[in-house]
Design a protein around this ligand. Structure first.
Ligand SMILES: Nc1ncnc2c1ncn2[C@@H]1O[C@H](COP(=O)(O)OP(=O)(O)OP(=O)(O)O)[C@@H](O)[C@H]1O
Length: 256
């Protein structure tokens, strides 16, 4: 099966600093890949480089087997829906219209119908007519998730989609992304909650200083060794009735 997205040997700088140092990623249809790593590890840079949104010194990125650099914006938008980390919005459009921006390929009435359904899925149908700048941060984040889901793209890339969301909305977000994967999409999501990543992702890519420290099933990727080396945590994945969680304390600190 052709991978939905591959990035190989990505090397990139921000200013003079090397922020990607040979990083790689691949995701197949039906798969949810979590990208984790400490602040500044290069997660956003990897996504942006792989989508052709940031220059690279070396590296090859392909969407559905096609080099990203050779795609025009319309072709790229058909292949991937992207939720950037920065939730910046300039215009105070109603939530419904913002969500409908995810479906520019559809006639307006159909795009609005898709948008309405996605707003329902993310639990903010009652805010459909509210301006997105007149909402709480978490409500706005849900509207932007609805916009991502409205793309119906075969690859969904979400950069910290649960930031600022309440616990129920965090779990709902991952459930919705998992449902997209079950329906055949490839999903890549960056997360800081390692337990949520372990419970929700088929595979976890751990980035450390722009390099891949692990790219495996959650139990292997988030081993105690990786938690110590990459995250400077003394900890372990623990099975609970609700699934895996990470129990950890900062390395070198005494138990409570
Ligand atoms: N606009 C920028 N200009 C200069 N350096 C930048 C810029 N954005 C990011 N960087 C640097 O690039 C490196 C990687 O940043 P990146 O945003 O990819 O990390 P991240 O893993 O997504 O971090 P976080 O978890 O904090 O969101 C960091 O060292 C960061 O300081």
């Amino acid at each position: 099966m052709t991978a939905a997205w591959t990035i190989a040997d990505a090397r990139a700088r921000r200013g003079r600093a090397l922020v990607l140092d040979g990083a790689a990623l691949s995701v197949a249809p039906g798969e949810v890949v979590g990208v984790v790593g400490p602040n500044g590890a290069g997660k956003t840079s990897l996504l942006r480089a792989g989508l052709g949104l940031m220059p690279v010194e070396t590296g090859q990125a392909r969407l559905a087997g096609r080099p990203v650099g050779g795609l025009n914006p319309v072709e790229r938008a058909r292949l991937v829906g992207y939720l950037p980390q920065e939730r910046r919005l300039a215009w105070n459009l109603p939530a419904l219209e913002v969500a409908a921006l995810g479906a520019p390929d559809l006639p307006s009435s159909k795009a609005l119908a898709v948008a309405r359904e996605r707003l329902e899925r993310v639990g903010v149908a009652d805010l459909a007519q509210r301006g997105v700048l007149d909402m709480s941060g978490g409500e706005r984040a849900r509207v932007l998730l609805a916009r991502l889901l409205a793309t119906r793209a075969p690859l969904l890339v979400a950069d910290e989609p649960v930031a600022g969301l309440d616990p129920d909305a965090q779990l709902l977000t991952l459930d919705l992304l998992r449902a997209e994967a079950a329906a055949g999409a490839a999903v890549v999501v960056t997360l800081h909650d390692l337990g949520l990543a372990a419970r929700s992702c088929d595979r976890i890519l751990v980035l450390d200083h722009g390099r891949v420290a692990a790219d495996e099933a959650p139990r292997q990727a988030l081993s105690s060794e990786v938690l110590a080396k990459v995250f400077r945590l003394d900890g372990a994945l623990v099975e609970t009735p609700a699934g895996l969680i990470v129990a950890a304390r900062r390395s070198g600190t005494p138990p409570p």
